[in-house]
Ligand binder design. Sequence first.
Ligand code: 3PG
Length: 311
Amino acid sequence: DQSKPIEAGAGSEVAKKVKIGVYFATWWALNVVFNIYNKKVLNAFPYPWLTSTLSLACGSLMMLVSWATRLAEAPKTDFEFWKILFPVALAHTIGHVAATVSMSKVAVSFTHIIKSGEPAFSVLVSKFILGETFPLSVYLSLLPIIGGCALAAVTELNFNMTGFMGAMISNLAFVFRNIFSKKGMKGKAVSGMNYYACLSMLSLVILTPFAIAVEGPQMWAAGWQKALTDIGPHFIWWVAAQSVFYHLYNQVSYMSLDQISPLTFSIGNTMKRISVIVSSIIIFHTPVQPVNALGAAIAILGTFLYSQAKQ
Ligand code: 3PG
């Protein structure tokens, strides 16, 4: 009687798929909420260096409290761990602040359309810096990604160079972050959740002096007063929401990275961007021209072709 093991095997396969489905749905939902509150905050308080710092500070605090109350078990780390984490944290900091600066200058949808071009950066970095080669189909899939992003950029009604460059720098930084984190997470001494917690803390330490140098307390105090006057006391809740949701979506994404291949992860990330692009266009009434939407659609189709080609 062979039916039982087969059923059990099929059952655990289904359970695994359901689990990954739940991770993905949670990750996208948290990300959509983050993007909306982040943009609401930036519209009223255009200080992306401070809001990026607050997101990291909030996540670090949440994790320190979770460790202290034993809600989560604190990881055992040594100097070597933090040394290997440093380049990951540096890339995470640059990618995070660059994306936030971008979103302070352009529509959320535009930042994410450009960010859907991340696979192209990944291939170019792997080829020119790491010397890896790929099959022709991978290189061909870059054409719609680059072409689609370019079409969306040149037809963007509210194009802004800082906004565009911020998203491009974020792409480059996150490619390095992903390459370095894959190395750092090997061996699995630290879980995905705790790995991201340590990453937040180290990034916070790196970012804080730069945030003070670029913007600084004087600007923040004046901007904060203005935002409170314009929006009202609930502005504080918007800041809290963007900070908490930033941590939660990243934590869930690192927890799912623990369970799935980097390839499945990148497909999930592209689908996440579709939900962010569509929901932010609806919520912020972002003007979109048909040719602009076509550019975005081509770029996203390109990232799917890329994942197929990589498989
Ligand atoms: C950030 O602020 O770090 C960016 O919004 C991150 O973008 P991503 O996680 O969607 O790549």
